[in-house]
Design a protein around this ligand. Structure first.
Ligand code: TYD
Length: 153
């Protein structure tokens, strides 16, 4: 069972998509193991987007990501990292496939509604970056039999 980090970015918050996005993950059968609203600052964004700090668009990304609070979630399931990435879609909303969150709700490579961890290794780091251990809950073991075959979990 994997856990992955999802952020509903200011573009998703301001466009009133919080409920729709959470519903997509829940309807899929993924479990929301952690959930909170946070105002991000430059320090956490420098860490979170360390691979992008030298890009020309980084200052604009900082403005975009601090415009409103974000909704941070820990999303849990078998192969959750890959499943959530595929539900998120390509970085640029204009290129993301219809049916994905970015493909359905975004026209932009920056204002692209959600962040989702891109590897199991990064998911572990990002969950720990945004959530204290006591903010991640384990309340759903009884439901796995309705979501998976016995040999899948
Ligand atoms: P990246 O990690 O490349 O993509 P993803 O979010 O799909 O994992 O980029 C992180 C964020 O940086 C991206 O979601 C939006 C922003 N960004 C831009 O604003 N312009 C760009 O050209 C790129 C590549 C990213």
């Amino acid at each position: 069972m994997e856990s992955t980090l999802v952020l509903i970015k200011p573009s998703g918050v301001i466009r009133c998509l919080i409920g729709d996005i959470i519903a997509r993950f829940q309807h899929k059968g993924l479990i929301i193991a952690g959930l909170k609203m946070m105002q991000l600052d430059e320090a956490i964004l420098h860490e979170h987007y360390a691979h992008l700090v030298d890009k020309p668009f980084f200052p604009s990304l900082l403005v975009s990501m601090t415009r409103t609070p974000v909704v941070a979630m820990v999303v849990k399931g078998v192969d959750a990292v890959a499943v959530v990435r595929s539900m998120t879609g390509a970085t640029n909303g204009r290129k993301a496939a219809p049916g994905t969150i970015r493909g359905d709700f975004s026209m932009s490579g920056q204002e692209n509604i959600v962040h989702a961890s891109d590897s199991v290794e990064n998911a572990d780091i990002e969950v720990r970056r945004f959530f204290k251990p006591e903010e991640v809950f384990n309340y759903t073991d009884d439901t796995f039999k309705y979501l998976y075959a016995p040999d899948e979990v």
